[in-house]
Ligand binder design. Structure first.
Ligand SMILES: *Cc1c(COP(=O)(O)O)cnc(C)c1O
Length: 397
């Protein structure tokens, strides 16, 4: 597994860690401040009407120095020509859909993030777009779903919470052959473990709320792309719709990004240990983790990722009672929604994050009462192992 980041592709620097610390981070020429200041000013002085100072700022929705520095950093990490930020992951998703011509058809991974599905089904369809939800791991299924007006293929890999993985290079190639763009929601892996643009995708979307920020204290979305037409449209959308993140949140995001490589290594190492522990435990039915040989797409994960991430899903014995006993007895892991922070979290998708997904649909996706999702944090592994073991001991079969 990459430790120094040599295997990653990054602009300007040899290593991913150097890029995460230095991309977009130039010291302030006026004061010498090494850290990018939080530029709270909403407006910027002009020399004469329309004649701006060299940095070209005028109004903070249209452009902000703190936001620019953060976007440059993220563009570097995703190996993109540009990154455009939004007030949340869903606002970023909306921004991408706004770029489509009216009445476009979009093919989507069937177990896409619930909020993405809700936006597609209940908002985007009102503007004439249509969506087909397809299992990308099923041979030939994607190919069959194309229509005359298919403009976008929306992949999420791994998916949430079942951690299904699709072959991003293959999906991108199929999309391109049909004249469509391929967008990948890269929230779970982050560019440290997976770089969709390098694999052939056109657009990367992130809920930066999760691993990119990494400290569970900012809500933000990012779109990264090198497609000139998309860059222009997304920039226009960012300003014209106005769902922009605040300068303070951009500052917090940059602070988080500087340790992305360190955090992801720790998340990955801890998750690998927890996945193996669960797999060998007699209170556990089945574990899903891309790094396990038992994962159905383990070979694809090995080929397209630099590591396997921090999310672990497992099916506990004893059904709902077993799941409740386990979750109530955790002490280091917190029972909470969301993911990607340095602190370990556990949750029950049927009752918590996926309650809005209809029961029949959950059944198709394999999300049942015994499924537990872990966001393995960066604590010391001894404490996490003990916590999981103790909580499993509390399960009565
Ligand atoms: C959380 C999440 C989103 C939505 O992002 P917000 O920042 O909550 O708007 C989209 N995709 C995935 C995979 C997520 O986990």
């Amino acid at each position: 597994m990459a430790s120094s980041g040599e295997k990653h592709t990054v602009k300007k620097y040899k290593g991913f860690g150097t890029a995460s610390i230095h991309c977009g981070m130039e010291f302030d020429p006026h004061t010498g401040a090494v850290m990018t200041p939080i530029s709270l000013s909403t407006t910027f002085a002009q020399k004469s009407p329309g004649v701006k100072y060299p940095a070209e700022y005028e109004y903070s929705r249209s452009g902000n120095p703190t936001r620019d520095a953060m976007e440059e950093n993220l563009a570097g990490l995703e190996n993109a020509d540009a990154a455009i930020s939004f007030a949340s992951g869903l606002a970023a998703t909306a921004g991408i859909i706004h770029c489509l011509e009216p009445n476009s058809h979009v093919i989507v991974t069937d177990d896409v993030y619930g909020g993405t599905q809700r936006f597609f089904r209940r908002i985007a369809t009102q503007y004439g777009h249509t969506f087909s939800f397809v299992d990308f791991t099923k041979e030939g299924a994607l190919e069959e779903a194309f229509q005359e007006n298919t403009r976008l293929v929306w992949a999420e890999s791994p998916t949430n919470p079942t951690l299904k993985i699709c072959d991003i290079a293959a999906v991108s190639e199929i999309a391109h052959r049909h004249g469509a763009l391929c967008c990948v929601d890269n929230t779970f892996m982050t560019p440290y473990y997976q770089q969709p643009l390098v694999l052939g995708a056109d657009i990367v979307m992130h809920s930066a709320t999760k691993y990119l920020n990494g400290h569970s204290d900012v809500v933000m979305g990012i779109v990264a792309t090198s497609n000139p037409d998309m860059i222009e449209k997304l920039r226009f959308n960012q300003n014209a719709v106005g769902a922009v993140p605040s300068p303070f949140d951009c500052y917090m995001m940059m602070r988080g990004l500087k340790t992305l490589h360190l955090r992801m290594r720790a998340h990955g190492a801890n998750a690998g240990v927890i996945a193996k522990l669960l797999e060998s435990h007699d209170k556990v039915d089945r574990v899903v983790y891309p790094g396990l040989e038992s994962h159905p797409q383990h070979e694809i994960a090995k080929k397209q990722c630099h590591g396997f991430g921090g999310m672990v899903t497992f099916f506990i014995k004893g059904g709902l009672d077993g799941a409740k006993a386990f979750l109530e007895n955790l002490k280091v892991f917190t029972l909470a929604e969301s993911l990607g922070g340095v602190e370990s979290l556990a949750e029950h998708p049927v009752i918590m994050t996926h309650a809005s997904v209809p029961a029949e649909h959950r059944a198709v996706l394999g999300i049942d009462d015994s499924l537990i999702r872990l966001s393995v944090g960066t604590e010391d592994i001894e404490d996490l192992v003990q916590d999981i073991s103790n909580a499993l001991d509390a399960v009565q079969l």
